[in-house]
Design a binder for this molecule. Structure first.
Ligand code: ZN
Length: 350
């Protein structure tokens, strides 16, 4: 079946994204945008359609019909004007007053600092039998886009993991094409929590085909979930399933799993300039499409969007997917499930 995909020139080019290898049409952050692609039809996963029609069979735990991979990039844990308050809270925590938040109950701190909403997010997801992944930046003070000191968040990270949610790396602006940087940032998180991490998403969705996948594999990551367009929702390479990427330069597949990013919160409102109502229509359409192919839909909701109508929007997604019989879970859970069941190796060789 993998061979069949290779014989379909159009779909093979789309799946491998040949156009991204030597295409100079990048944006100012070095990203390949939707506006540069010839594969404009990103709302229909044509590669997944082909694979399903040619025998790919996918199952999910407890006979769920599709999966939703819920993710949060943690760009900020406090707004700059609250730095002093944040420092005081962290300091008292370090001094050992009432773990984990230094004698100030988390709820009160969360009211002052609305970005300190990790329990709120986990409680909300728990209501719909869902789990998710949190990707943290691991930057040093002097680096571009440094926004918080990761070392101060040890208790938080441990709490997230102990609750059964995932902590992964949100690779910094210079990580995506630099192995040393990726390794350094990965180590920073792992040293802090005393555990290996397996999941990755790059800041600004910076990504270079096939370099980023190759470097992440070398650094020991098991999956990446950066691959999507920042300026358009949908299926960047026509696939709505986790997949093993193919390197056109070496003629070999890469030993990492890609959980393609299908929907980012800011894509809908900021880049596509949709209002909440039309955003919901397109999100609903994507969910229904992924369900029809027994796929996995990865959604990125930043922790600064858990307030007002964006909070309501996220809950609407959880409610809808839960009702539609989805498995709502984190990247590492989906990775383990696919690895264990080997769907592509068995069915397609991908
Ligand atoms: Zn980011």
């Amino acid at each position: 079946m993998f061979k069949e995909l290779q014989t379909n020139d159009r779909l093979w080019k789309q799946f491998t994204k040949q156009e991204e290898y030597d295409n100079p049409n990048l944006d100012e952050y070095g990203r390949f945008p939707y506006s540069s692609t010839v594969h404009k039809n990103v709302l229909n996963p044509e590669v997944s359609k082909f694979l399903i029609e040619n025998g790919l069979k996918v199952e999910y735990p407890e006979s769920k019909t599709f999966a939703v991979c819920l993710t949060h990039d943690i760009d900020l844990v406090y707004f700059p004007e609250l730095k002093k308050v944040h420092d005081i809270v962290q300091k008292s925590r370090i001094l050992g007053f009432n773990e984990p938040l230094g004698g100030i109950p988390e709820k009160i701190y969360g009211r002052i600092n609305r970005l300190w909403n990790f329990s709120k997010i986990m409680n909300l997801e728990n209501k719909y039998d869902a789990k998710s992944s949190f990707y943290f930046l691991a930057l040093e003070k002097n680096e571009l886009d440094f926004r918080y000191e990761l070392d101060e968040l040890e208790d938080l990270l441990r709490e997230i993991i102990n609750n059964g949610w995932e902590v992964g790396l949100h690779g910094g602006p210079n990580a995506f094409n630099d192995l040393q940087v990726i390794k350094k940032e990965k180590k920073k998180i792992e040293n802090l929590i005393g555990k290996k991490i397996i999941g990755y998403r790059n800041h600004y969705m910076k990504f270079e085909i096939p370099t980023t996948w190759e470097l992440l594999t070398k650094a020991g990551f098991k999956y990446d979930t950066t691959y999507g367009y920042h300026d358009h929702v949908g299926f960047r390479n026509g696939i709505c399933h986790p997949f093993k990427p193919w390197n056109l330069k070496t003629g070999k597949s890469i030993e990492i799993m890609e959980l393609p990013l299908i929907i980012m919160d800011s894509t809908l409102l900021n880049y596509m300039k949709l209002d909440i109502k039309s955003s919901w229509e397109i999100v609903k359409q994507l969910i229904d499409t992924v369900k029809s192919y027994q796929g996995t839909i990865t959604i990125l909701w930043h922790n600064n969007n858990f307030i007002g109508e964006m909070l309501g929007f996220y809950e609407k997604i959880l409610k809808y997917c839960n009702k539609k019989d989805a498995w709502l879970t984190s990247g590492n859970e989906i990775y383990r499930w696919w690895k264990k069941n080997n769907f592509f190796d068995v069915n397609t060789g991908l």
